[in-house]
Write a protein that binds this ligand. Structure first.
Ligand code: RFL
Ligand code: PHB
Length: 393
């Protein structure tokens, strides 16, 4: 098999890249290790920045998003029993949308398959060869058989554990990493959500109330990294959430059946550069952010917007200038997103190693944000617009 761009991974990065390239008349093949139900069932992100929403609209992939997505105009932060309310449109002129990552993935997969374009499931990439030549080759297995895909370029959109980064020469890459010793226990519950996305910093640890629809809440608690989700009964979860959200009369947060539990370990990670020869990495394959700030999916989409434009320029004009600049162009934005996510994580979580003065400083920062419109505008701007890329496409 042969194509112009071989894409590894059918997560947001790989799927958006394939659609963006197709819109410019560039062919691609997506190879995905997992099955379609597995990929479509993975519960993850939920916040779409305007850059992501507008990209879906430009691609004509936003019909269900417009019907079912929820506009989120507020971001609340609680501490000491008080609430800081960030009015996103008032502070930035824009808002974010709530629409589950797996819904985005379902929409992009359906459109790809409906158009009859190649997307192979249960096709696991085992090796990438010839990335320093102009004819790289991807090896993959499907149904127990080995296959090869010859292409002009390889896009490693295959997440943190993928084959893309593994194929980069080790001595050319620098890895930056910080692991946290706590995790987020996430649940989905059939319960009326709170009106605004609400983060909370309490003495008992961090909590977050988000939503997926007017009937389904998406809720998170900071827990030790070794926690087993099944050890958290519904009652234990609700009790801890009320306490951490300062919901003292237990009246504000509606309870309901918890029908899904997952655990996300927290880490910040950047690999640089993001390109070697004809291999380009995008999304979680080259950067991971802790989930406070809801940046990961939006960063992946911004990366492939830059990459698709660079590939379009190459196929149209034969110029490699944008491709050569891909890594530097992306990394500038990526570091800002890592900085923001890490700063929010530091501001909102409980750290066992914190001394009383560090806890005092955390609360002082929240007090400062509470009283400063400029501080609020800075947070809102980074929450909404970090991956916006105005005038890019
Ligand atoms: P993905 O989604 O991991 O997709 C990679 C795909 O590659 C496949 N793959 C392979 N395929 C073929 N051969 C191989 N050898 C392969 N190895 C791997 C995998 O099966 C998979 O399908 O990466 P991508 O596309 O870069 O997308 C990144 C996002 O998924 C991620 O950043 C976000 O989910 C992060 N994130 C959030 N991001 C946001 O923008 N907003 C949020 O609200 C948000 N909340 C979250 C999050 C991540 C979380 N967890 C679970 C870490 C909340 C949580 C709890
Ligand atoms: C979510 O809705 O899943 C969500 C919201 C905000 C975050 C992370 C995840 O920071």
């Amino acid at each position: 098999m042969r194509t112009q761009v071989g894409i590894i991974g059918a997560g947001p990065a790989g799927l958006f890249l394939a659609h963006l390239l197709k819109a410019q008349g560039i062919e691609s093949v997506i190879l995905e290790a997992r099955s379609r139900p597995y990929v479509e069932g993975r519960v993850r992100a939920g916040v779409l920045e305007p850059g992501t929403v507008e990209t879906m609209a430009r691609l004509g992939l936003d019909a269900r998003l417009r019907r079912e997505g929820l506009v989120d105009e507020g971001l609340d932060m609680r501490f000491r029993g008080r609430t800081i309310h960030l009015d996103l449109p008032g502070l930035t002129g824009k808002s974010v949308m709530i629409y589950g990552q797996q819904e985005v993935v379902k929409d992009l997969i359906a459109a790809r398959l409906e158009a009859g374009d190649p997307l192979l499931f249960e096709a696991k990439v085992t090796g990438i060869e010839g990335i320093e030549t102009d004819r790289p080759r991807i090896r993959y297995t499907q149904d127990g058989e080995e296959h090869v895909l010859d292409c002009d370029f390889v896009a490693g959109c295959d997440g943190y554990h993928g084959a893309g980064r593994a194929a980069m020469p080790r001595d050319r890459m620098t890895l930056f990493e910080q692991a946290y010793d706590f995790a987020w226990l996430g649940v989905l519950a059939r319960a009326r959500p709170m009106a605004d996305m609400t983060y909370s910093n309490s003495n008992r640890g961090f909590a977050l109330c988000s939503r997926r629809s007017m009937q389904v809440s998406r809720l998170y608690l900071q827990v030790p990294a070794e926690t087993r989700p099944e050890d958290w009964s519904d009652d234990r979860f609700w009790e801890e959430l009320h306490a951490r959200m300062f919901d003292e009369g237990r009246s504000e947060i509606a309870e309901g059946e918890i029908f899904q539990r997952d655990l996300a370990k927290l880490r910040a990670f950047v690999a640089a550069p993001m390109q070697h020869g004809r291999l380009f990495l995008a999304g979680d394959a080259v950067h991971i952010v802790p989930p406070a700030g809801a940046k990961g999916l939006n960063m992946a989409v911004a990366d492939v917007r830059v990459l698709s434009r660079a590939l379009t320029t190459f196929y149209r004009d034969g110029s490699c200038a944008e491709l050569d600049g891909y890594s530097a162009t992306c990394l500038d934005r990526i570091w800002k997103a890592v900085r923001f996510s890490s700063a929010l994580t530091g501001l909102l979580h409980r750290f066992d190693e914190h001394t009383p003065i560090q806890r005092g400083l955390q609360l002082a920062e929240l007090e400062y944000i509470s009283g400063s419109r400029n501080a609020q505008a800075s947070i809102a701007e980074q929450y909404v617009l970090l991956n916006y890329l105005p005038g890019h496409d």
